[in-house]
Design a protein around this ligand. Structure first.
Ligand SMILES: Cc1cc2nc3c(=O)[nH]c(=O)nc-3n(C[C@H](O)[C@H](O)[C@H](O)COP(=O)(O)O)c2cc1C
Length: 264
């Protein structure tokens, strides 16, 4: 076959295409396990960040194993799910919020008027993380998620053992615009949540992301977080998702039970 024949050109081009696609597919399949493992590790790191447990040169897995007690809860009752009830799909190690929310048995739709976080579906169960110091629960790290402007944002909020004071706040997955909504990931903004109060003395949900500067001379300041400038829509999304998850359709019953467990 002469070098410049059409048939030869097409055959070579096709051969290169097939070779490359096999290479890419093989790499994607071979690396899938590593990717999933890295994703899991990133989630664990963010649980530790929210719980303020990261130490320089510390091993993430060993800090997690030493300090964190994961607990599966049923959201509708706030009760702990005992290990005997775990199944292949419902267990702490493989718990994946998205998979659970979409599952016909383990997930449920959220009525439109209650769906503050605009997530449409949510898991019936959640895995929460109790931070242990000297065998005592010092904080609880709660997974939260909801819509920003462009993306569903996944993160954690950590509450003190008083179950009111915010001790940490972080997102581990979001795709808002870098420099605008993406500033939800800015350490300075995340730190501005620390010390804020979620509930008032009567137990009413008060935390709020506001537009503009927080006036610290007002008593309400302890419930307010300054929204991100130039990213009001993402800030509103964060406000809504936090209020959803800490409210009656989220962790309210679990927090009530945990309060009894910790403080009688
Ligand atoms: C390309 C582009 C990307 C944007 N990304 C975001 C975003 O991620 N989050 C957000 O809240 N607003 C984003 N905005 C701005 C919103 O459209 C809107 O103007 C802004 O939320 C208003 O915030 P402000 O009232 O603080 O100015 C973006 C705008 C443009 C043009």
């Amino acid at each position: 076959m002469p070098d410049e024949s059409v048939k030869k050109t097409v055959t070579v081009a096709l051969g290169v295409c097939i070779f490359c696609s096999v290479l890419i597919t093989t790499a994607a399949v071979a690396l899938r396990g590593i990717q999933l493992e890295n994703k899991k590790l990133d989630r664990i790191a963010n649980i530790l960040i929210a719980g303020d447990l990261i130490v320089k040169d510390g091993n993430i897995r060993s800090i997690y194993e030493k300090k964190i007690e994961p607990r599966m809860i049923e959201l509708s009752s706030g009760e702990t799910v005992p290990e005997e009830k775990f199944t292949k799909d419902l267990n702490i190690n493989d718990f994946d919020i998205k998979t659970m929310a979409d599952d016909p048995e383990y997930g449920m739709p959220i009525p439109g008027d209650k769906d503050l976080g605009k997530i449409k579906r949510m898991p019936k169960y959640m895995v929460v993380y109790l931070v242990q110091e000297n065998s005592k629960t010092e904080k609880v790290v709660l997974p939260i998620y909801g819509k920003g402007l462009w993306s569903t944002m996944y993160g954690f909020i950590a509450l003190d053992k008083d179950l009111t004071t915010v001790r940490g706040f972080t997102f581990y997955e979001q795709a808002e615009t870098p420099g605008l909504g993406g500033e939800v990931d800015n350490p300075r903004w995340k730190n501005s949540w620390k010390g804020k109060h979620v509930f008032d003395e009567q137990g009413n949900l008060k935390i709020e992301v506001i537009k503009g500067i927080v006036d610290v001379s007002r008593p309400e300041a302890k419930y307010e977080i300054q929204g991100l400038s130039g990213a009001t829509l993402t800030s509103r999304g964060v406000d809504h998702l936090v209020r959803f998850w800490l409210g009656n359709d989220g962790y309210a019953l679990f927090l009530k039970r945990l309060k009894e467990e910790l403080h009688g």
